[in-house]
Design a binder for this molecule. Structure first.
Ligand code: 26Q
Length: 764
């Protein structure tokens, strides 16, 4: 975008005057943010372009976009100019650090959707996002007495200047008990310095009439008035679950709401343009982001049949347009819905699901293996696999598990449907924007081709030895900044010369934050009793939100906060360690943490983490991985060399055998240091008024399936490798490992991922 300071500042003044009756000198940060954003929207509008022809639509219940302003200015190529223009009138771009994230997603799956939109725009691939404009995003987290507390995330209080409400495209969505109006809000997704803008369309639910006077008069009867009340409730809030399914009808309403609105919109426009319904796939294809949008399949069948297509014709269209991505093998995350619940809420949609089941039965397949509906339960993943053209996992190891275990029978039936597309991250947000000094250092050595072709970052290899001092200095500065931020927001002092050992991700038992916490206690007691000497000074940094209903995850947060209190208040260990659990970990916090980390903890039980994407972000910023052979860690080792990372623990194959006769009690007895760390959960070391720590202890040691995720099994190997890493830290060898990882991150660009999708799945 051509930037003209005079026009820009005039636009800003005009918006400040018309929207807030103020001016640049007097506007508060929120007012200035809105005016600046709208000025950019205005100036870029006429010049936005996107590719003609077939488009792919990314259907997703989550888009975890984070903060838009800096990324948009960077991609438009006007970040510096805007900063200078604001400075010339006595304001600063840095003020916008206060603006809160758009957190319309939980974690990996939602952030992946956001990275893919940015990468597709940058690669010139015509990909648009379709989802829900939640009124409240993922809850804001605080700790009170070490326990997690949740508050509503009122993200719109900052305004939404990057979205445009498109009244003319509003449609009605019908449920058995009510009809609501779906109004789209469009947000441009700017490609990196290429003039492209794709679109993210988020639907908002409203009453069919703004004020239904008839309903008002019938209010004593109740029913009508309640309908209008319910309409807005659909988009009220994002369900705060990650890798677990909640069977709430409201969640099903959300899914159908965004899908029906999107398909009516797309099909309506296609028809209006005179398109032949049987050739719908020549104009569109749909990527289903996990099972959450899978209701799109019966909805499109319903809509096509309303247009007069036979079931077989409509089914044929669906088989060509839909593709399905699976993000998890966890049984509790695979969506299953009660048949009656769907039939009650969406009778005509259920009818189409039943037709799919009938069609499947007619094929004469083994009903024990192949079913969509069984025992009055609809299996959304099976519906998706039966109909989709392509089914993909998100890392090599994950796709292999899908083929050989989770969906083994389906793979035998349709081997050609299954493909792997390893996840990726956008190098713009996750290096250029969050670590500008490192990006500039790379530019200086190899030019800027890597910005949009990350494979080129391998060109840095011959410079690695020379780069170490500059890299150290940049990392040191990033660490100082993070430490200051943590001091301000969490009240914990982290000396900058400490190693920053980081585990940030959703809180889940399978991700094994417990393993990390127990190792900290092991080091702590070892330092205290003198069995561990000269421990390399280390800050253990955690960030994670627990689903509000996930009892064990919340207990783990309480435990780690208690460990932090114990360690941080002990003067004897102060020279060696600190522990901090940062509150409200989100995309913006991640940007600060990722560039400052020395150790990236990726320690899930092998076979559980589909891919992971923070592992890629750390790698790209020159951080070694301390991890298991799980998810994309496997490919990170392939690319960067296992010898340049710190790998431990049982492999997938070992997990499978060991699980059959696993009994942790024996190992605990033979490992006194582990036993001692575990005992702190029940011996009064920590207050436990709610009994949650005792429950945590029980989950690791007792019951029908003790220690489901093999924390005890992997403990010894974990602390061995972790100590080795911490002792290697600071050597010339270690710094080279960091840079080798950075130089080998090319594969993990989301640009590569979306190009793989475009070529192997979307046929764009
Ligand atoms: C389902 C039904 C009802 C309510 C909520 C849900 C729900 C919501 C979110 C189920 C799962 C999720 C999120 C899953 C997720 O984030 N998976 C992660 O996806 C990443 C991107 O592919 C991977 O890198 C991670 O390994 C995987 O855990």
């Amino acid at each position: 975008m051509k930037f003209q300071r005079k026009n820009f500042l005039q636009d800003v003044e005009r918006f400040l005057a018309s929207d807030y009756a103020t001016d640049i000198a007097h506007a508060d940060t929120r007012e200035l943010y809105n005016a600046v954003s709208k000025a950019v929207m205005t100036e870029t509008y006429p010049a936005r372009k996107t590719r003609e022809g077939k488009r792919c639509c990314y259907f997703s219940a989550e888009f975890l976009m984070g903060r838009a302003i800096f990324n948009n200015l960077m991609n438009l190529g006007i970040l510096e100019e805007t900063g200078e223009a604001l400075a010339s009138v006595g304001r600063a771009l840095g003020e916008f650090e206060e603006v809160e994230d758009a957190a319309l997603g939980n974690g990996g799956l939602g952030r992946l959707a956001a990275c893919y939109l940015e990468s597709a725009a940058t690669m010139g691939i015509p990909l648009d996002g379709y989802g829900i404009r939640y009124r409240y995003g993922l809850f804001r987290q605080t700790f009170e007495d070490g326990y997690q507390h949740e508050e509503g995330d009122d993200w719109l209080k900052w305004g939404d200047p990057w979205s445009v409400r498109v009244e003319r495209d509003a449609v009605e969505v019908k449920f058995a008990d009510l009809t609501v109006r779906a109004v789209p809000y469009d947000m441009p997704v700017f490609g990196y310095k290429n003039g492209v803008a794709n679109n993210l369309r988020l639907w908002s639910s409203e009453p069919v009439q703004a004020f239904d006077f008839g309903a008002f008069n019938e209010m004593r009867g109740g029913r009508k008035a309640e309908e209008n009340f319910d309409a807005t409730k659909i988009c009220d809030v994002l369900y705060p679950n990650d890798n677990t399914m909640v069977g709430k009808i409201l969640r099903l309403r959300q899914q159908y709401f965004m899908i029906s609105a999107s398909l009516q919109d797309l099909l309506g426009k296609y028809k209006a343009g005179g398109g032949d319904l049987l050739a719908f796939d020549k104009a569109y294809c749909f990527q289903l982001n996990d099972t959450h949008p899978v209701i799109a399949i019966p909805e499109l069948l319903r809509l096509l049949r309303l247009e007069g297509l036979s079931f077989e014709e409509a089914f044929g269209v669906c088989r060509k347009v839909f593709n399905f991505t699976n993000h998890t093998i966890m049984a509790e995350a695979l969506e299953k819905w009660d048949s009656l619940a769907i039939a009650d809420l969406l009778p005509e949609v259920y009818e189409q699901i039943a037709c799919c089941q009938q069609r499947l039965e007619k094929e004469g397949l083994d009903p024990a293996k192949y079913f969509i509906i069984r025992d009055n339960v609809v299996h959304m993943a099976n519906l998706a696999i039966y109909v989709a053209a392509k089914v993909n996992g998100v890392a090599e190891i994950h796709t292999n598990i899908l083929k050989t275990e989770t969906f083994k029978d389906w793979y035998e039936l349709y081997p050609e449907k299954f493909v792997n597309i390893t996840n990726g991250i956008t190098p713009r947000r996750w290096l250029l924007l969050n670590n500008p000094k490192l990006a500039a250092l790379i530019d200086e050595k190899i030019g800027d081709g890597w910005h949009t072709d990350l494979k080129q970052i391998a060109k840095i290899k011959p410079f690695i030895a020379d780069m170490v001092p500059a890299f150290q200095a940049i990392k040191g500065e990033n660490k100082r900044k993070l430490a200051a931020y943590i001091k301000e927001h969490e009240g914990v002092d982290i000396p900058e010369n400490f190693i920053f050992d980081v585990q940030v991700k959703r809180l889940h038992e399978y991700k094994r934050q417990m393993l990390n916490a127990l190792s900290i206690l092991y080091f702590y007691y070892g330092i205290k009793d003198g069995t561990i000497r000269d421990f390399p000074p280390t800050a253990f940094i955690f960030g994670a939100k627990a689903a509000p209903g996930y009892y064990m995850a919340k207990a783990i947060i309480k435990f780690i906060n208690e460990v932090a209190k114990l360690v941080n208040s002990d003067g004897e260990v102060a020279p060696y360690m600190r522990v901090v659990f940062v509150q409200n970990y989100n995309v913006s916090y991640a940007e600060k943490i990722v560039c400052a980390a020395d150790v990236s903890e990726q320690i899930s039980m092998a076979g559980m983490e589909a891919s992971g994407t923070s592992n890629m972000k750390f790698m790209l910023n020159g951080t070694v991985t301390l991890g298991t052979m799980d998810g994309a860690n496997v490919e990170i080792c392939e690319e960067a060399g296992a010898e340049n990372n710190y790998i431990f623990g049982a492999t997938v194959d070992e997990v499978a055998t060991i699980k059959r006769f696993y009994w942790p009690a024996e190992i605990i007895e033979q490992t006194p240091a582990l036993k001692r760390a575990l005992e702190t959960l029940i011996d009064g070391t920590f207050p436990d008024e709610t009994g949650c720590l005792a429950k945590l202890h029980e989950s690791l040691t007792a019951g029908h399936v003790p220690d489901r995720y093999l924390v005890v099994l992997d403990f010894i190997d974990y602390v061995r490798v972790k100590e080795e890493l911490l002792r290697d830290y600071g050597s010339e060898e270690f710094w080279k490992k960091c840079l080798i990882n950075m130089s080998a991150a090319g594969k993990f660009s989301a640009d590569r991922s979306v190009q793989d999708y475009a070529r192997l799945i979307w046929d764009l």
